[in-house]
Design a protein around this ligand. Sequence first.
Ligand code: NCD
Length: 320
Amino acid sequence: MQFTQFNSRGHLRHLLTLEGLPAPLLTQLLDRAENFLRPAGSLPARSAALSGITVGNLFTEPSTRTRASFELAGKRLGADVINLEIQLSSRVKGETMLDTIYTLQAMGVDLFVIRDAEAGVHEYVAGHVEDHVSILSAGEAHLSHPTQGLLDALAIRRHCGGFAGKTVTIVGDLRHSRVARSAYHALTTLGIGELRLCGPAQLLPPVGEFHRGRRCTTLEEGLAGADAVMMLRIQRERMAEAEMPEVADYHAQWGLTPARLGLANRDCVVLHPGPMNRGVEIDSTVADGPQSVIQRQVTYGVAVRMAVLEHVAKGRLAHD
Ligand code: NCD
């Protein structure tokens, strides 16, 4: 049977990819996330929507933003949240991912948030948990990072005033980027005007992927007339030594400097999923400048994860 992210009543149960999700569902999640936003300095939104629910964060790859924001999102909705330190867990004694999941499931974990470098782990786990248990991806290999795609879409919707007629340029190592893939699915589903893919030939995705994007061979071509530009880190952990571009060359050709940003539309916003390598793909003056929405993206990340957790938990409660 083909894997589905929906339960038997058509409610989203797992979130492993944005690919194939309908635009109204993405819009509903973005609208709900927007409801959780508060003015800077005020207390965060809270609710008891996840009261009695247990969230388990299992990250086998490094993370700062995604892990902390899933934790805060769960806590602000009243869930019990546990973070498993994989390096300190029995995984290092040879326990399989599935046995770790079964162990936590037996303790009552209902929602697993998983980041893993291996493609297919999330779907495999989702195929083996009990019916009331959900799997949310916090990053799968180079393939998918759905909540990042949603927060990027929210940033573009808020700062560009929607999707129709807008031009978004993704720059850098798209080939190895799960962020780019999830942004592609979110933005094309939500009706972006034009999506440009920009980077050195060896870091662009294989032909056939991102078929609705327009490939650009220079940063200048990619930036002209752009409403938003998303800079990506070189995913060194996903490439062989020989494939890695030389940092100085890369910055000279692909780094976002204030002068280059000047080629885009005057109010073009700058996104970056973090972690940034300042002086490589982006200059500090741009990262910290008035057109940057990078810190806002982090704020939207908590709101989007609250929306996803709440949505999935509602489906679970309807199950009981
Ligand atoms: C990204 C990731 O892990 O894919 N980080 C994140 O979740 N914000 C991007 C990256 O590591 O470059």
